[in-house]
Design a protein around this ligand. Sequence first.
Ligand code: HEM
Length: 483
Amino acid sequence: MNFSLTTDQKSLLPVLGIATSVTLLYTTYRLLTPSPYKKIPIPGSRYPYVGHMFSLGSHPGDTIAAWHKDLGPIINIRMGVQDWILIDDPFLAHKVFVTNGAETSYRPHNVYGHDYHNVGGKGVSFSQPDGHWKVTRAAAKDLVARLLESTKTNGSVDPFVDLELYAMNVIVTTAFCKRYDTVTNADFIKLTKVTEQTNINCAVENDLSNFLPIVSLYDYFFGKQAYQKQFVENERNPFLRRLIEEARQEEGSNIVKSFAEDGFELTNDQELGIIADMLVGGNDTTSVTLCWNIAIMCNHPEIQQKVASEIDTFIERNGRTPTFKERDQVPYCIAVMKESMRYRTTTTFGLAHTSKNDLCVDGYLIPKNANIISSMESMHMNPTVYHQPTVFNPDRYLNSQKTMQASANGKIEDRDHFNFGWGRRICPAIYLAETEMFMAFIELFSTCFIEPIDNQMPNLQDKLSGGLTVFPKGYQVKFIKRA
Ligand code: HEM
């Protein structure tokens, strides 16, 4: 074998020599010069190339919470080639996402979320509509009637699918002027499949191609991405396009028609992206939150009694149940709903943000393009933020009667919980979600009492990951009509 160098290669030698010396000097300088930034701790158990990908366990929220407990309010994990900066201190999170919102309001590229779910980034968040009152109220009454009926017929009920129907009906009524009467309706079943699938695919911890670029080609043709692409292009999009076309022909007003009526010149893909955002953003989140609430209330009959007696007092005075505008007259109910969302978070991580530039906050360097994530679950169990966080105690919110919408957009000191995210990318539908939850809650506890089956309380400790959302383990309860 001939190892002699060509003239061209020889001429490169001094350049290579200089480059090597500069690299060595720079490395030595970096090693000897203390960094001006505080070190962001990295938890143990990571592996070459894949980093922490296989260390998150079946419920990443618990693992991350344990790491925060050991290492503090900000940690850095490696997901393949990506850096994730996780924060569980609300004050630090506020500085990162709100004070520096201009920098950190970007979304990192998520293969499924951006390329497929949002039809190549065409989805935009919608502003929450007012005037949802009548739709929501009728749907809440229907929900409770179904839960009572199922209990009567079957002895008990797993409420989740009825809660999904309730949440879905609020969205499809607004978007398409439609409603589904039963959980066996074929379009309803298809829509729940779309939302479940999207929630799993869009979860920050499921973005394999971005973690490990080396597998992205395989993934695109044969792996999960191939399946996701097939699902969105062949199943989801034709189905949603049909619903959009049907909505255009409907008599009443709906969001699809309002796009054109209000002068928005949207392409078909943009329209599809927005509708997909509404359906996915608005379904599981609300139904999972209510599902936890019912499980928690079944475990706390004494709290159910207090809630029922507060609503009864209102009814005695006014001859009807309270509206959302009269929420200040049922402060204990509001406190229970807020505590329920704190005690069992709706999403483990919400949606990731990213920063276009390096960012220095509180002495920490957050590198550009890192995924910046609020560890919601850990934050809600942070004892420096909430006294005795593992105790379900609605009294902690008796002096926090602002709407969740006002609280989420107000001063950090006044925030009730962090389920709706942060800054410029905060959930645009907080008001809708909280109205919807309020209606279901009031209708439920003004009408029934929730009881366990054979003293088997719903399990509050086991959490199942639904991708973006965190579910309670399936349970059965009885809805008993109050005298
Ligand atoms: C309990 C109910 C809900 C919870 C806990 C929730 C939570 C969240 C969270 C954590 C985010 C990410 C915020 C961030 O990036 O910092 C978000 C964004 C979003 N949510 Fe919600 N959400 C709920 C209900 C809804 C409903 C009912 C809809 C629609 C009908 C909806 C539509 C959206 C949309 C479109 C975005 C994306 C906003 C953007 O990227 O700018 N959400 N939500």
